[in-house]
Design a protein around this ligand. Structure first.
Ligand SMILES: [Zn+2]
Length: 263
């Protein structure tokens, strides 16, 4: 079965969340209510065209096969808001809502996504829609470089029974410690340790401060010059506290959290 078909066919049990990694910082979530949320799907090859950065992992599904209720971008860099993938996804998802901070929704409209299908969430803005609550959280993707993304966000997505925090690209910042109040069950945190992102030890520290039950390392294995070893994140989590379980996802493979049988 293709992963597009699997996402469509998966019936998620109550109090659980299905998650698929797309590689880099891309994830698909499906809730027990059937809501499908994509975050930062890098499904094209735009970083190769723009910067000569070849992808090391093939996309687990084609942009044209995406069927989503919400498509979120954390910031306007091509490995997150992919200018190849987003317009194709929009053409096949006439009722999906495309969400991001101002720089992203501007870029989405420039890519031809209808304004009526875009919705801006800047730091601390919240959208309640259907059975999900999407809260744009503070991120600090600023490292004194022309590529700085000062309005980059993370997201806390409350699916009704499971809450997932996605850091987006960010350095460690004390302001993110307040996200603990939103009580994430799952935390997805970047670990690549360069160009404005945390290294594994800081990512593990953040997951521990947030008191997540499990933490997923992100942003590695896609580009040869910008990767990290997820095993370093797992061992950093163990030495931080041992209370947050590492959850290393294989691109394209379905995981249910908490672990249980799906149909
Ligand atoms: Zn990135």
């Amino acid at each position: 079965m293709t992963i597009a078909a699997e996402i469509q066919d998966t019936c998620v049990p109550k109090e659980s969340l299905a998650v698929w990694s797309l590689g880099q910082a891309g994830f698909v979530f499906k809730s027990s209510k059937g809501t499908v949320v994509y975050v930062d799907p890098y499904l094209g090859d735009s970083c190769n065209q723009l910067y000569g950065l070849e992808r090391l992992l093939a996309p687990p599904l084609a942009a044209s096969a995406v069927r989503a209720d919400f498509v979120l971008a954390t910031h306007n860099h091509a490995d997150h808001l992919d200018p190849d993938a987003f317009p194709v996804i929009a053409r096949h998802n006439a009722t999906a809502l495309f969400i991001g901070p101002s720089s992203c929704t501007n870029a989405m409209r420039e890519l031809g996504i209808p304004a009526s299908q875009t919705y801006t969430l800047n730091h601390d803005d919240v959208l309640h829609s259907g059975s999900v609550r999407i809260h744009a959280t503070f991120a600090h993707h600023v490292w004194g470089d022309p590529d700085d993304a000062p309005d980059a966000v993370g997201y806390m997505i409350d699916f009704g029974d499971v809450r997932a925090y996605i850091s987006g690209d960010t350095l460690y910042h004390a302001r993110m410690e307040g996200i603990a109040d939103l009580q994430p069950h799952l935390a997805f945190i970047c670990i690549n340790g360069r160009w404005g992102n945390m290294p594994a030890p800081e990512a593990a520290h953040l997951a521990t401060i947030l008191r997540a039950q499990a933490a997923v390392p992100t942003h590695y294995n896609m580009f040869a010059n910008n990767t990290a070893d997820p095993a370093d994140f797992s061992s950093a989590l163990a030495s931080e506290s041992g209370t947050v379980q590492p959850l290393v996802l294989t691109p394209g493979q379905r995981v249910l959290y908490p672990e249980r049988d799906a149909s």
